[in-house]
Design a protein around this ligand. Sequence first.
Ligand code: HEC
Ligand code: HEC
Length: 240
Amino acid sequence: MRLPRPASLPPSGSRRHQPRSTGRWKRTSLIVISTLALIASVKPTAADVSENAAQRIGGGNPVIGKEKSDAGRCQECHGADGYSSDAKIPHHAGQYAGYLIKQLNNFQAGFRKHNIMTLMSEDLTAADIADIAAYFASQKPMRGDGAVINPLASNLFVNGDPARDIPACSSCHGDNGIGRVADNVFYPVIGGQRRVYLRSQLANWKLGERNNSPDGIMNKIAKLLSDDEINALADYISGL
Ligand code: HEC
Ligand code: HEC
């Protein structure tokens, strides 16, 4: 399998969304990051993984977002601080605002299907979405209770399986699944996410019931995983 270039990546010279101060290093690193993201066996450097709070939170207002997520009842399921109350419901704490915004836009457009979330998102304005996403993104990052020892899953996570064209999860989701930003593509935080939720998303990507990743990348990856590997990965990643 050849990994596609994420559809929304602009030409490598583009500096959209990049702070001015990062200059030439950032331009060079953009090319490196967009290439690295597609190469299974190469891990990003610490510099690639580094990101700043402004990038994570985006343009919304977290203070207003706290009120809106309370009034909009998001906190009832996703938690007052972004830690969900149920194993099937994802944490949002420390998730990239850009990723949360994309998901809410996808729920509104019917591009990602889920009965509750279609209903919950339908009346939100773009400003509501940006503010709520900023609030959850600004919370203490989601974390599990320590890595589950699982050599099968940790090997897939860190190295992938080149013989089966499975890329390393960490090449896009970052070391320990803490997420990465490559210009305007957000690779979500998955480390410390709810186990049952992770398993259901991987199964949904595999079955094609979730189809909203750029160029279908997560469908392509999940289709290569056995059900045992999906279970093992969900256990392992939720413990990171
Ligand atoms: C009754 C419970 C409930 C309420 C209330 C609720 N959600 Fe959700 N939310 C869920 C569930 C369950 C999912 C997982 C959907 C799936 O399995 O695909 C989810 C998924 C999401 C996702 C995708 C997260 C990811 O990691 O991909 C976002 C973003 C989200 N919700 C935002 C919100 C916002 C904003 C509100 C308030 C306006 C809200 N939710 C209210 C239950 C709820
Ligand atoms: C080439 C980059 C890439 C690789 C490699 C990759 N992912 Fe992803 N993954 C993504 C992107 C992009 C998304 C967000 C899709 C969207 O916008 O809905 C995603 C989303 C996910 C989600 C959904 C998160 C949520 O909150 O709903 C899970 C779970 C996931 N990936 C697990 C994995 C696992 C496990 C591996 C390794 C077997 C892996 N990914 C490898 C790019 C990648």
